[in-house]
Design a protein around this ligand. Structure first.
Ligand SMILES: Cc1ncc(COP(=O)(O)O)c(C=O)c1O
Length: 404
């Protein structure tokens, strides 16, 4: 039977591809599979009791308000909290109209793309980048110019030549998307020098930067580096923040901070996208923060994940063939990025799944192709026992790939 929908699909539907991670999660959720795949927090670390207390309190105090529709721009007490709480990172307190509460930071990407992208426009991003974001940008018809990375993040010194080339080809670059801290999937962090250079280049060219920073507060070693937003001051940087990794992704609460003109434009798009982010969720998150739970739990989460990172590193050194695989130890965040010398990641994935251990292939993170010998592993989700057992299985799968 022919589909009644097929002839009706629009441009975006015709080029639509499901997220390989979301699809792969079906495989990884099979019984017995140890998953290093999804970028998920450790459920054991969720502050369930504190969140319940906050939720009960706000429902008792404000139930009749928070069950009502809210303003599109966001729940004012949460915005006031964020303005204070993010001030050290942002370099100053943001005004109310410089903040927009969103349905996760995913929606920041979506709204900025609504505001800027016409089909055929370009976004500049790291050569491997978060595929959720490129998927969102693709929905708007974006194509990509990619910039290689090393341990210090995006090689921003390559940008002027890439921008010149784009200009010569008549390509319209609408923004530069970067994940400066504990990159997903690469694990790297952009150096201070490159941050300064990047902001300067963006200003010289008049091309905004979308600074996506969901992992910035999850730093294990060393000092926090200044955000791109704080290094700017001219309004060229839009900052995307999220409660997903520092509290819980199920809240679906994130925020955008930036120049009031673009924030307003994004808010007008949001009016038609979802009216407002769940007021119940925003108010619960607000109360959780206001009661001091965010500040109390964050150092614990950082300690918890530092230990997990260290256990993961130990297990990799113990079980993986070190001459065949390389990685940079992440200073924070959720991910290890592994590059193999001879093993194809796809063939390894099939073997690994056969042994009931899962990771995410590198390829889908490369919007313009590449990554056949690379894969991402998330160290936050699996328990210590699972990490040990999973790495043992992965080591065996690698050995078998080398000696089939
Ligand atoms: C770099 C990056 N940006 C954005 C997101 C999405 O975050 P949120 O849950 O806030 O939409 C993720 C989630 O994994 C991510 O890794």
């Amino acid at each position: 039977m022919t589909s009644i929908w097929e002839p009706l699909y629009g441009r975006a539907s015709r080029s639509l591809k499901p997220s390989p991670i979301r699809e792969m999660l079906h495989l990884t959720r099979r019984p017995g599979v140890i998953s290093f795949a999804g970028g998920m927090p450790d459920p054991a670390a969720f502050p369930v009791d504190a969140f319940r207390e906050a939720a009960n309190r706000i429902l008792e105090e404000q139930g009749r308000d928070i069950l009502q529709y809210g303003t599109t721009e966001g729940y004012p007490p949460l915005k006031a909290f964020l303005s204070d709480w993010t001030a050290p990172r942002m370099g100053r307190k943001l005004a109310e109209d410089e903040l927009l509460i969103t349905a996760g930071s995913t929606q920041v990407v979506d709204l900025l793309s609504w505001a800027t992208i016409d089909p055929g426009d370009f976004v500049i991003c790291e050569e491997a980048t978060f595929l959720g974001s490129t998927g969102t940008m693709r929905n708007h018809g974006a194509s990509f110019i990619t910039v290689p990375c090393d341990g210090d993040g995006m090689k921003v010194e390559m940008l002027p030549a890439l921008l010149e080339e784009a200009k010569a080809k008549g390509r319209k670059v609408k923004y530069i998307y970067t994940i400066p801290n504990f990159h997903n999937p690469l694990g790297c962090t952009m150096s201070l020098q490159r941050r300064r250079q990047l902001v300067q280049i963006a200003r010289d060219w008049g091309i905004p930067i979308l600074e996506d920073d969901p992992y910035g507060y999850i730093r294990f070693d060393g000092d926090h580096l200044p955000s791109l937003f704080s290094l700017d001051g001219s309004g060229i940087v839009i900052y995307a923040g999220s409660f997903s990794k520092i509290l819980a992704p199920g809240t679906r609460v994130g925020w955008a901070g930036g120049d009031r003109e673009i924030i307003r434009k994004m808010a007008v798009f949001k009016q038609a996208v979802d009216v407002c982010t769940s007021v119940v969720a925003q108010a619960e998150v607000y109360k959780y923060c206001e009661l001091g739970f965010l500040d109390a739990f964050l150092p614990k989460i950082v300690d918890h994940y530092r230990k997990k990172r260290d256990d993961f590193e130990t297990a990799m050194r113990r079980f993986l063939p070190l001459e065949e695989v390389s990685w940079v130890k992440p200073q924070g965040g959720y991910f290890y990025w592994l590059e193999t010398r001879r093993i194809s990641a796809r063939a390894l994935f099939d073997r690994a799944i056969g042994k009931k251990v899962a990771f995410v292939l590198g390829e889908p993170f490369f919007p313009n192709g590449g990554g056949e010998q690379a894969f991402r592993m998330c160290f936050t989700f699996a328990s210590p026992e699972q990490t040990e057992e999973g790495m043992k299985r992965l080591g065996e799968a690698m050995q078998e790939s080398l000696n089939p």
